[in-house]
Design a binder for this molecule. Structure first.
Ligand code: DHB
Ligand code: FE
Length: 291
């Protein structure tokens, strides 16, 4: 692949992924119940007033100029036009929402979902291989472990959904040209709650840089990287579903993830595979009871 065609692919992805993420989010809200996305008047009054006051305080304290105000206005318009609100919100705010939502948990740590989850990935057996292209680039990774309750009971038949980016950082259904369910699957744990997931080790991921989010990153002198990660949703009847991500030690962006979604408990410990082909790593998920 030449540099030029790679740039084209990256650009096409950035332009498309924002719009796709917005469309997917709208579909999910529409199908998830009548009051989804609705917050009662008193709470809206309280929170919206607080946000508006917070921004006004910043303008006054930091003496924000018309030039800066208009730059913000132009940027906000562009976030909407490029469909990048899901990306912006999931990168810079979701980690705090997740912290609040999961502070009661005793089991495994969660972290942000991000904009690229799709429901209904192909069902695989407890030790199945993730859907991938014939010559999918990347190093084999065997991810094995057990799903348990907080009291240690193995959760037979637990469901594990995994989605991750390919070797170039692209997610299927958000970047063009990838098979629909590439690197997305649903595993059912065996009678002992165990699973063996055959996949590839993901590469570090750069959020799209040619849209409004990229413009902010560049204007502020930040970087656009997330460390390599595996996204999971793990669930079992009578237990709370956990949405999380797992990371690889030594990744240069574990300490400065743009999405602030890395936690020490979410680092894997991959070892060279006994057959010399790739890596094997062990991770157990512990689910809280439903309340
Ligand atoms: C974004 C992408 C991710 O893969 C992720 O996990 C979180 C956020 C993003 O581009 O906004
Ligand atoms: Fe991701």
């Amino acid at each position: 692949m030449t540099d030029t065609s790679f740039d084209t692919e990256v650009t096409a992805k950035a332009a498309e992924s924002g719009a796709n993420a917005s469309a997917r989010f709208r579909e999910r809200i529409a199908s998830s119940g009548t009051r989804a996305g609705v917050v009662d008047t008193e709470r809206v009054n309280y929170l919206a007033s607080k946000v508006i006051k917070g921004l006004n305080d910043i303008i006054l304290d930091d003496k924000v100029s018309y030039e800066e105000y208009n730059a913000l206005k132009a940027w906000l318009i562009k976030v909407g036009e490029t469909g990048e609100w899901p990306l912006f919100l999931d990168v810079w705010l979701e980690h705090s929402v997740e912290e609040v939502a999961n502070e009661h948990r005793e089991g495994s740590k969660g972290t942000i979902e991000g904009p690229y989850y799709i429901e209904g990935a192909p069902e695989l057996s407890w030790n199945g291989t993730i859907p991938m292209r014939d010559n999918e680039p990347g190093t084999p990774l065997l991810f094995e472990g057990q799903v348990r309750a907080v009291d240690g009971t193995p959760l037979s038949g637990a469901k594990l959904e995994l989605w991750h980016a390919d070797d170039l950082g692209f997610y299927s259904q958000f970047a063009p040209g990838l098979p629909e369910w590439n690197l997305r699957g649903t595993w059912t744990a065996n009678e002992d709650g165990r699973f063996e997931i055959h996949t590839l080790r993901p590469a570090p991921y750069m959020i799209p840089t040619d849209g409004a989010c990229g413009q902010l990153i560049e204007a502020a002198g930040w970087h656009a990287w997330r460390p390599a990660h595996l996204h999971f949703k793990v669930s079992a009847p009578g237990h709370e579903l956990i949405t999380t991500q797992l990371y690889f030690p030594g990744d240069p962006h574990n300490e400065d993830d743009i999405a602030s979604a890395v936690k020490p408990e979410l680092l894997l410990d991959p070892q060279d595979s006994a057959d010399g082909n790739g890596f094997v790593t062990h991770y157990d998920f512990v689910l809280d009871p439903e309340h």
